[in-house]
Design a protein around this ligand. Structure first.
Ligand code: EPU
Length: 384
């Protein structure tokens, strides 16, 4: 593979902050880097340019490189919620790997945890649980990096990161400066935030601060989790281990030795529909309305009551059971919402199965399933 180094030392030296010289960083930009190995699904083409960014200085340099060469820019984190198209990406992929120590501060019940964006999400959750802190214990075992979690407001087993994020430090490509956004400024909702709406790409996350609680009971809202502890009050670390066990059983714990985990997690979002439609959905599936998995949905902007449906159930009812195969791709044998790469798959294989599922679900239930993972390809826009 051809490798070129673009040394931007002079650019780094110009930046003087508070009368001191910032450390000089040397950004290395590679060309034609295969992106599939950076994702858990493992499909897709190459990035024309690729830079691993390990500090905020390098991040500024990478943004300057993209601007100078009029390249679209895409921020890659842990690649666990990402699907790459076979044509790849013709701009600069900035691999956000800003590491460093997690910092705890505060006294009494409220503890603040400042976590660099490149820290593994599960390492942070484990550390918080080991310190007896609650707030993220149900989010154990989610693959990826901490910096990616606010983007889609990661959630599982009754918790969402929006419930504990105090603030997010970002590089704002519009004002060209580092800013700290408060929780309210992140506009969190189900699987969305200002980072993946309005449009995505404006903010590059460099650190996330969480407000956790000491001495509080772990959250057990999810029936599957509650049933594991019955009447006991578990420690956060106990919840951490049980959640990982549940995720492993569903093939949702990434492991190189588990073929069901070669996926991008849930491939579709759980859809919201008016509660009045439950009857017809049940009829279409030939089950009693009470057997349609659904949860009341708190949607402030809708006048009629809505429910959230399980996309996994709709996929199954549309004729795509667990373990379904379609050439090099298929459906996980343990969860019908995960499309898996069975080895050597291309994006086109994934897209074909995705479209078949969407069409069948629409034909049967008149519900349009929305793709959950981010998709990167030549047409991916970067308005900044
Ligand atoms: N179900 C099926 N078939 C299956 C699996 C589930 O019919 O193969 C039905 C069952 O009725 C079950 C219901 O779907 O009760 C919900 O399933 P599950 O508890 O596994 O949750 P989910 O709604 O499919 C969501 C998140 C997951 C998160 C889990 C646990 C979305 C799109 N997905 O899945 O997040 O781990 O809840 O809280 O909201 C992800 O986003 O990548 C992800 C893994």
């Amino acid at each position: 593979m051809k490798l070129r180094h673009y040394e931007l030392i002079a650019w780094g030296q110009r930046h003087i902050v508070w009368g001191t010289l910032r450390p000089v960083a040397t950004l290395q930009v590679q060309e034609q880097v295969a992106l599939a190995p950076f994702t858990t699904l493992g499909v897709g083409g190459s990035a024309r340019f690729f830079a691993r960014v390990a500090s905020e200085n390098e991040l500024e340099e990478a943004v300057a490189f993209a601007t100078k060469h009029s390249l679209p820019l895409f921020a890659l984190g842990g690649g666990s919620n990402l699907v790459i198209r076979d044509e790849g990406f013709h701009g600069l992929v900035l691999h956000l790997a800003i590491g460093g120590e997690m910092q705890m501060s505060g006294a009494g019940d409220g503890i603040r945890y400042d976590v660099p964006a490149g820290v593994s999400w599960d390492d942070f959750v484990l550390s918080a649980c080991e310190h007896g802190l609650t707030g993220v214990e149900c989010l154990a075992g989610i693959p990826g990096l901490t910096g990616g979690t606010p983007v889609q407001n990661v959630g599982a087993y009754g918790q969402e990161v929006s419930q504990t994020i105090g603030s997010v430090r970002v590089y704002d490509r519009v004002v060209r400066a580092f800013l700290v956004l408060t929780n309210e400024q992140c506009c969190f909702a189900y699987r969305t935030s200002c980072f993946n709406t309005q449009p995505s790409g404006r903010y590059l996350v460099t650190q996330v601060s969480f407000d956790l609680k000491a001495g509080a009971s772990a959250a057990l809202r999810y029936p599957e989790l509650k049933s594991r502890f019955l009447d006991s009050t578990p420690l956060p670390l106990e919840v951490y281990h049980v959640v990982r066990e549940i995720r492993r059983a569903k093939g949702m714990l990434f492991s190189a030795s588990d073929p069901d985990s070669r996926s991008a997690g849930s491939f579709f979002k759980n859809p919201f529909v008016p509660a009045s439609r439950l009857g017809e959905i049940a009829e279409e599936a030939a089950v009693a309305p009470a057997s349609v998995p659904h949860w009341p949905a708190a949607l402030e902007d809708r006048s009629a009551p809505h429910v959230k449906l399980a996309a996994a159930w709709l996929v199954q009812m549309a004729g795509f059971p667990k373990g379904f195969s379609d050439g090099a791709v298929g459906i996980s044998s343990r969860h019908s919402l995960a499309l898996v790469n069975r080895g050597g798959a291309h994006f086109s294989d994934v897209a074909r199965l995705r479209d078949r599922i969407r069409e069948e679900v629409y034909a049967r239930f008149s519900i349009r399933l929305e793709q959950e993972p981010v998709e990167l390809g030549p047409e991916t826009r970067d308005p900044f």
